[in-house]
Every structure is written in structure tokens, then in C-alpha cells.
Design a protein. Structure first.
Length: 333
């Protein structure tokens, strides 16, 4: 396997202080690798970039017609939410509509990832909750599917559970990667986590952005519904000033990131998709990397690129507001 390449340099006072290495793969609608940095075949865990795929069995079954979920509740099934107030409202409502208790969720209790929401609960002396977990929307969507399908709710996170088998089969179909070769571990929320080559991950996101490339009609319809919900309710998929919500506010983009540096997005009009992996697992340079990719392919929605640079400025300041350094994307597609 080829080595990773430097994607971003971070300078302070003109001196190189940090380097961020990784891999990037970009594919077009002929399934051709059109852009690459590093190793396009690097085996990569999807982590939470799998969430739109994990939602497909539920939507393929017609989950929106079986429970009175509103659009925000449906969108949060794909989310790594930050447990801001509007996220908590959605998952609490879903729990009530499904008729389950918090203890039915396999994910662990925690405090919100959003700092303000976290601090507010601490000040109020409120305990951790499984509903605050960033994966709770995914878990609730899959529990709703299991309940309506007659699957056991116990052990729904087990790789051998029917719903998990449907998920891995769906990933294999979309990614064009053999199911038996998908490497399976355990994710932070207790679910199976899948690893496939970066190229096949990019192919998966190409089909999320261009569902007409999906031959199975039911899966194609589910993807169309899921991605439209993600774009219309972008704030539910991540939260305030998060890259996923920022990108999804652009209706030409389908995007989702995962833990440990993996990020994926597809461009509808351009019929391109990218998957990238920052090898040290960091996420704070994602906006800079994605902005540079968009600039290099000639993306014509400048507002989206500018919003990414707002999230990760090229020139950064200390707490007093003094500019002290520079973030520099140094890769060439």
C-alpha cells in the first residue's frame, strides 16, 4: 500500500508546526478514479459516514409511512447530531412515537457534544442520557424498523442480527465491493463498523448524489428520499457550525463525515464524489481540505467554499485576536 501524502500544513510565525497526512479519492460517473492523493485503495472504516447507508433498509421498507415521524425526525436518522435543543426534541419525540424506553437503545449514556448544550446540563445538574448520544437518531430509526418488521429489538446491534445483515448487503451493493471482503469492527455506539477501500467509499457517495446510477428501484427511491431530507433539514444531520450541516445546506451536495478523519461527499451536477481520510484521525482540517478540493475541480458555488473557510480559516488567531499562523492545503489532485 502506498504511503499517505501531506494534505495540510499548519504554520505558526512562518515555521511549520504541524502536518496532516492522508489519502483522497475522487470518482466520476463512469466509476473511474479521476482524482487521487495518496492511496485510493486505502482500507478505511466508514464510521459515521455510514449513517445514510444504515438508514436505507428503514426507508426502503417505508418507515415514513409506518410512524408519524416529521421530516426533522426522519433526517436525524442519518445524523451525528450534537444534542442541541432541537436535536433532543426530535429524538425524544421519536422515542415516544415508537413506544420504547431510552434503555432500549444500545448506545451509551453521555452528555451532548455541543459545548453549550453540555455546559447547560452540567449547570442544571442533569444526568447523561442515551438520547444525547450523537448516534441516537440512527439507533431510533433502526429500532423503529425492527419493531415494524417484527425483528427482535434485543441485540439489534449484533452483526448477525437481520437488520445488520441488510445494512452490510446494502453497502456491498452500493460500493460494488464484495460483502465477504468488508472488514467489520465495532463502532463507538456499539454498532458494526465497516471498512472498505477509499475508492469504493467514493463510489458509494457517487450513488448517494446520483441515485439514478442505482439499479435497484427500491434502494434508489430510498436514497432519493434520504438525501433530499438531509439537504432540506441540514441542521439535523450535525449542528451549528459543523461541516456536514454547512455542506448539506448546498442542495448540490450530499455529505457525511465519520470519526477518525474520514469524510465523504458527492456533487450532483458535476457527477463527482470524493472520499478522504486524514490519517491522524483529526477532523478540524476537513473544511480546509474540502474547500481546496472544490476549488481545484472548479466548483461554481463560491458561497459554499467561503463557508468552509469560515469554519477552518486559512489564517488563524489566538484568544486575543492576533493572527498567529496559517493553515495551508498543499495537495494537488
Amino acid at each position: 500500500m502506498s504511503k499517505s501524502e501531506i494534505l495540510v500544513e499548519e504554520l505558526r510565525g512562518g515555521l511549520l508546526e504541524c502536518e496532516y497526512a492522508g489519502h483522497i479519492c475522487g470518482v466520476d460517473d463512469s466509476s473511474r478514479i479521476k482524482y487521487r492523493v495518496g492511496n485510493a485503495q486505502h482500507m478505511t472504516y466508514l464510521r459515521s459516514a455510514a449513517k445514510p447507508i444504515q438508514a436505507i433498509p428503514s426507508f426502503r421498507y417505508g418507515i415514513a409511512n409506518r410512524y408519524p415521524f416529521n421530516e426533522k425526525e426522519l433526517a436525524i436518522m442519518t445524523a451525528s447530531h450534537r444534542a442541541e435543543a432541537y436535536h433532543v426534541t426530535a429524538v425524544e419525540s421519536m422515542l415516544s412515537k415508537i413506544g420504547l424506553s431510552e434503555e432500549d437503545l444500545a448506545c451509551h449514556a453521555t452528555y451532548p457534544l455541543n459545548a453549550a448544550a453540555h455546559n447547560e446540563l452540567i449547570v442544571q445538574g442533569k444526568p447523561e442520557s442515551r438520547l444525547y448520544h450523537n448516534c441516537s437518531g440512527k439507533h431510533l430509526g433502526i429500532l423503529a424498523y425492527c419493531k415494524s418488521k417484527g425483528y427482535s429489538l434485543s441485540g439489534y446491534e449484533d452483526p448477525n442480527h437481520p437488520v445488520q445483515q441488510e445494512i452490510v448487503q446494502t453497502l456491498a451493493m452500493l460500493s460494488e465491493y464484495p460483502e465477504e471482503d468488508i472488514h467489520i469492527g465495532v463502532d463507538g455506539c456499539g454498532f458494526p463498523v465497516f471498512a472498505i477501500p477509499l475508492y469504493h467509499l467514493a463510489l458509494t457517495y457517487l450513488k448517494l448524489a446520483c441515485p439514478e446510477l442505482i439499479s435497484d428501484k427500491a434502494t434508489r427511491a430510498a436514497v432519493e428520499e434520504i438525501t433530499a431530507l438531509m439537504n432540506r433539514n441540514y441542521e439535523m444531520v450535525a449542528g451549528t457550525d459543523m461541516i456536514c450541516s454547512t455542506l448539506l445546506s448546498d442542495d448540490n451536495i450530499v455529505a457525511k463525515g465519520g470519526a477518525k478523519g474520514v469524510y465523504c461527499f458527492g456533487l450532483r451536477k458535476e457527477r463527482l464524489a470524493f472520499a478522504l481520510k486524514v490519517m491522524d484521525g483529526s477532523e478540524d482540517k476537513w473544511p480546509l481540505i474540502v474547500a481546496s478540493i472544490l476549488e481545484q475541480v472548479g466548483y461554481d458555488r463560491r458561497q459554499t467554499i467561503d463557508e468552509l473557510y469560515r469554519l477552518c480559516p486559512r489564517f488563524f488567531s489566538n484568544g486575543s485576536g492576533t493572527v498567529v499562523g496559517e493553515n495551508r492545503a498543499v495537495f494537488q489532485l
